[in-house]
Design a protein around this ligand. Structure first.
Ligand code: DGJ
Length: 532
């Protein structure tokens, strides 16, 4: 087998203020969907869904690899599920992001093999404040780390052997939603010992060199001890659940970094971790604490430099809020999980256009149905057509996402692009049903969403794409000038070439006063503006 050179394997390229995933030597945007947790455990079960994935216009599948299935006995590996997954993905022209369900899956260690589960003396668990063992491997145990690291490096070595040339697998997630529950920190003897030990010099050096630029939450913990720069965790960060969360985050991140290094030593694919987000008002321990959450970015960056980025799993409606948090401190965006609801179709546009996301992936994609299914299919179809243009415009400020910042926001949104101000009104729509030949609002159904993107392709030329938006225009720099629509056309991109399907004017542009992307239908328009 020829060993691929670094330039040939999937890798991340940082240029023009953005990070692109490079596959087969070219930038690649993942229009993905993540499989439900058990779906990849039997390729025959999974086989029924590949046609659906084709119809949904996915180019990538995010799929778990289960430690308990690949290493059922210590040191004996069975990669048959992984092999079949890769073969099937290839035959459907899909790339794969593999999720390493190793030590942790949604905090718990439910995917560890039986020989780990049944030997807590050798593979210690975390312990809660009452002294009860949890079904969570302790990150303070060398044995846990060695066992996971050797399984993960076997997996990566195997991937290199069977996929090092074809590169069906383009990225790997290390663990899944790491987090400590039901208390802020592990109280096992190993953890207590670490908690009483001085904060590692490495972290203190990071804090000192980033003083003034730390996340506000970390800065405030450190400030509470007058920026003490030596001593135990309590000396440096104070005595609180938040301080304990920082301690735990450091050790979770260190452990994950060593696993990541072990994997990359075999095969250097891009690797990341994902986080379960926090419900408002919850405290560490009530939510799975210490994961790669925005207020802990500094800890994860300092302890786990081998990871390429940190990702959010977004199930909450305040999408813009969470996405904005995940692009701080230069963190590249990839959204491995999103609720498979109607909003997924427009939130994908926002992620790609506003934040140059490498990919977007609704969860349990095989189960997506109803409006959410056709909306995602049509959204991904448009994004597929726009992919080369989006890639050209990423990072240079000429592309914006159009989405209500807050789902409750009713007013027009004002956004600048080039010399123009766009006034965007979002028109979400209640879906209807037919009964006895009469049309009714579908009671209880989620609204059809509104949102999309705009790309500036010339001083006065723009592409608009999306659903349910009315846009009027003002001149941004010259308030005395009026702005009119010179031309508006609807169409499609075929192999990157524009094909007009309709010239829009009259009622369709409100007699030249606005651009309208209809509710209930994804479309693309090319628009020329002029001043008078
Ligand atoms: C987030 C996890 O990462 C997934 O594996 C799955 O458990 C979903 N939650 C379920 O909503």
């Amino acid at each position: 087998m020829v060993t691929p050179t670094f330039a040939e394997i999937p890798y991340l390229k940082h240029e023009n203020n953005c990070t692109k995933l490079i596959v087969d030597g070219k930038p690649f945007l993942m229009r993905a969907g993540e499989l439900g947790n058990s779906t990849a455990s039997n390729p025959r079960y999974l086989s029924q869904f590949w046609d659906k994935f084709d119809r949904l216009n996915l180019n990538s599948i995010v799929a778990p690899v289960y430690w308990e299935l690949i290493e059922p006995e210590e040191g004996n590996f069975d990669f048959s599920t992984v092999n079949e997954l890769i073969t099937d993905a290839r035959s459907h022209n899909k790339r794969l992001v593999l999720l390493w369900f190793g030590s942790w899956k949604n905090s718990m260690s439910c995917y560890t093999p039986a020989w780990i589960k049944t030997n807590p003396e050798r593979f210690p668990r975390t312990v809660d404040t009452n002294g009860n063992r949890q079904e969570i491997l302790s990150p303070f145990s060398e044995n846990n780390l060695k066992a996971d690291g050797s399984a993960f490096s076997e997996l990566m070595q195997h991937l290199k052997e069977i996929d090092g040339e074809e590169n069906t697998v383009v990225m790997v997630q290390v663990e899944n939603e790491i987090g400590m529950i039901p208390c802020a920190r592990d109280h096992s003897p190993l953890a207590d010992k670490a908690f009483e030990t001085d904060v590692p010099k490495e972290l203190l050096a990071y804090l000192k060199s980033n003083k003034g630029n730390l996340t506000p939450e970390l800065d405030s913990l450190w400030r509470s001890t007058n920026y003490t720069d030596n001593g135990t965790w309590t000396d440096v960060f104070g005595d609180s659940a938040q301080a304990e969360e920082v301690f735990m985050a450091w050790y979770f991140a260190k452990y994950t970094n060593i696993i990541t290094e072990a994997g990359k030593a075999e095969y250097k694919l891009p690797m990341y971790v994902n986080a379960a987000l926090i419900r408002p008002g919850y405290q560490p321990g009530q939510y799975p604490g210490s994961g790669p959450l925005p207020h802990l970015f500094d800890i994860w960056f300092a302890a786990a430099p081998s990871l390429d980025f940190l990702s959010p799993d977004i199930y909450f409606p305040n999408f813009v809020h969470w996405v904005d948090k995940y692009v701080t401190k230069g963190n590249p965006l990839f959204i491995p999980e999103h609720r498979n609801n109607n909003m997924a179709s427009v939130n994908a546009f926002y992620a790609f256009a506003e934040h140059d996301s490498m990919g977007f992936s609704p969860f349990a994609i095989e189960s997506i149905n109803g409006d959410a299914e056709w909306l995602l299919r049509d959204s991904y179809k448009v994004l597929e057509q726009l992919e080369p243009i989006m890639l050209e415009h990423m990072g240079d400020g000429s592309m914006i996402g159009l989405l209500k910042g807050d789902p409750e926001h009713k007013r027009e949104q004002r956004i600048r692009l080039g010399n123009y101000q766009f006034n965007v009104e979002y028109q979400s729509m209640t879906p209807t049903v037919m009964k006895d030949n009469v049309v009714f609002d579908a009671a209880g159904a989620e609204d059809l969403p509104a949102g999309g993107l705009a790309i500036q392709t010339g001083p006065n030329e723009f592409i608009f794409a999306g659903i349910g938006m009315v846009i009027t225009f003002d001149h941004y720099t010259n308030a005395g000038k009026q702005v009119g629509i010179l031309s508006a056309e609807e169409g499609i991109y075929e192999n990157g070439k524009w094909k007009n399907t309709l010239w829009l004017n009259g009622d369709q542009t409100h007699q030249g006063r606005h651009i309208r992307l209809l509710p209930g239908k994804f479309s693309i328009q090319r628009v020329k503006l002029y001043e008078y």
